[in-house]
Design a binder for this molecule. Structure first.
Ligand SMILES: [Zn+2]
Length: 60
């Protein structure tokens, strides 16, 4: 599968977007992906905090 970087928004996709709407859609997708990634990192981090571990020990 060949990837192209859209010259307008700079997001890698299968082809350059042919309209502003397509670029905005792609940007929204990227934002969603980034949010999910950050949420996953945050969740992993809070699992590792000593405070969370102590709470875990108390509740179980
Ligand atoms: Zn684009």
């Amino acid at each position: 599968m060949a990837f192209t970087v859209c010259p307008f928004c700079g997001i890698a996709s299968d082809k350059a977007h042919d309209s502003q709407e397509a670029c905005i859609d792609a940007l929204q997708d990227e934002i969603d992906k980034t949010r999910e990634l950050l949420a996953a990192v945050d969740a992993a981090r809070s699992d590792e905090t000593p405070a969370a571990r102590r709470q875990d020990a108390q509740t179980t």
